[in-house]
Design a protein around this ligand. Structure first.
Ligand SMILES: [Zn+2]
Length: 424
């Protein structure tokens, strides 16, 4: 066993509730089959045992541990992170207060044979799959439990009329009781959205795309969502030294470029832009009208090594269109240069507070997801990134939007980082 004390301890602040300062006091290295015992003043104790394959993190939860005054449980935080906690017998009231402050939820006590039995009964006879259907789980934080907040039996005003191939138009949004995320639930054939019909139905011919592009870029700056977006990103990049003295020819990849209005704006600020879109007509339009580099393809299927690396990657109103936004975001890791960042915009569940929420485009059928600040934070963390800033916007167009700047997690921050509330 080797103990390397940190002298002085590294101090850092964390907490969803009242902020507390923790002291990271050092590192303990155990060889296989070595054990240490952690103790409390009141006689609570638990053992950590190193094996050749890893660790026993505690002594037996429904045996030795509970006999020594510590009650194990699984708890979920608001970001969907799962923790094994050991509550000292007699400290239950203080623990309840902590749970409330931090927004923690008990998933399962593990301190008695009866509780362990209950956990086992919740597993099916293969011993692995939980009895809750994946349908019931939040796609972002994995919590079970959601309420219907909006339901439709006809397309809302202004929604693109897709060809649903005779299927009855029925859909709803369910709000996660844990993180507030809205997910769309329906049985209509989504192929209609994915086979290039999207650009057809939305813009008509490629002439329609050019017309829409020109209308948007002609908007006066104060009425343009895009002008504000470009300003936000350039200002953030400049604070990192990107696009100024440190990195004079910054590069950006825009995933899901659509009409190319955003690449056009960034090109105008001196950035070298690569636009990516799955729709061949959008790609053709961007090549002709915007003039920046364009790649045609589905980001989820593309060989990313062909794209190179970038100072910034942007996902403007993209993640709400895909079934698995965590997977999509996680694919960006190899595309970022050291010190680079990601900018994300997604529709905000705050649109549900609008008097005409039913007809708002935030809730149009193309959106599988509408994000809350908590679910966007969870998405970022689950994809292995760290949130730098998160902002609730009401854009010049009236859209309710969440925007976030995201960077790689700092590997040195360790456990403290996982608990930190970031900059929300
Ligand atoms: Zn959730």
């Amino acid at each position: 066993m080797r103990l390397d004390p940190a002298d002085p301890p590294r101090r850092f602040s964390i907490g969803f509730g009242p902020t507390v300062t923790l002291a990271d006091c050092g590192r303990l290295r155990l060889d296989p089959d070595e054990q240490v015992t952690c103790t409390t003043e009141a006689g609570g104790e638990y053992d950590v045992l190193r094996k050749s394959w890893g660790f026993y993190a505690t002594s037996s939860l429904n045996g030795r541990l509970t006999r020594h005054g510590l009650r194990g449980l699984l708890a979920l935080n608001r970001l969907g992170n799962l923790f094994l906690l050991l509550v000292e017998r007699g400290q239950e009231t203080s623990f309840a207060r902590y749970m409330a402050d931090e927004g923690l939820r008990i998933v399962q006590w593990l301190d008695t044979d009866a509780e362990v039995g209950r956990l086992l009964a919740a597993l099916d006879d293969t011993g692995s799959a939980p009895t809750t259907r994946p349908d019931d789980c939040c796609p972002i934080c994995s919590a079970v439990g959601a309420d219907v907040v909006l339901s439709y039996d006809a397309p809302p005003l202004g929604e693109t009329r897709f060809d649903w191939r005779g299927a009855e138009y029925r859909r709803e949004y369910r709000r996660c009781r844990n993180c507030g995320h809205f997910r769309s639930v329906h049985g209509m054939d989504l192929l209609a959205l994915y086979e290039g019909v999207y650009a057809d139905a939305t813009y008509g011919s490629s002439g329609g795309m050019r017309h829409s592009f020109e209308r948007i870029v002609a908007l006066p700056p104060e009425r343009s969502d895009n002008t504000h977006r470009v300003q936000r990103i350039v200002a953030f990049a400049n604070r990192l030294g990107i696009g100024s003295h440190l990195e004079k020819e910054p590069t950006i990849l825009d995933i899901g470029a659509g009409l190319g209005v955003f690449p056009w704006g960034m090109t105008g600020k001196g950035w070298s832009c690569v636009a990516l879109d799955p729709d061949p007509r959008a790609v053709e339009h961007i090549r002709k009208v915007v003039g920046c580099a364009v790649v045609a393809g589905d980001f989820m299927a593309l060989d990313l090594t062909t794209l190179g690396t970038f100072n910034a990657v942007t996902l403007n109103k993209v993640l709400e269109h895909v079934m698995d936004p965590v997977r999509m975001l996680a694919r960006i890791h190899p595309l970022l240069k050291p010190g680079g960042f990601i900018y994300i915009e997604v529709p905000d569940t705050a649109a549900a507070t609008h008097p005409d929420s039913q007809n708002r485009e935030e809730f149009f059928v193309e959106h599988h997801h509408v994000f809350s600040p908590m679910s966007l934070t969870a998405l970022v963390e689950r994809a292995g990134f760290a949130l730098v800033t998160l902002e609730r916007l009401r854009e010049p167009s009236g859209k309710y939007t969440l925007c976030a700047f995201v960077r790689r997690t700092d590997p040195d921050r360790g456990f403290g980082h996982e608990l930190s509330k970031g900059a929300v």
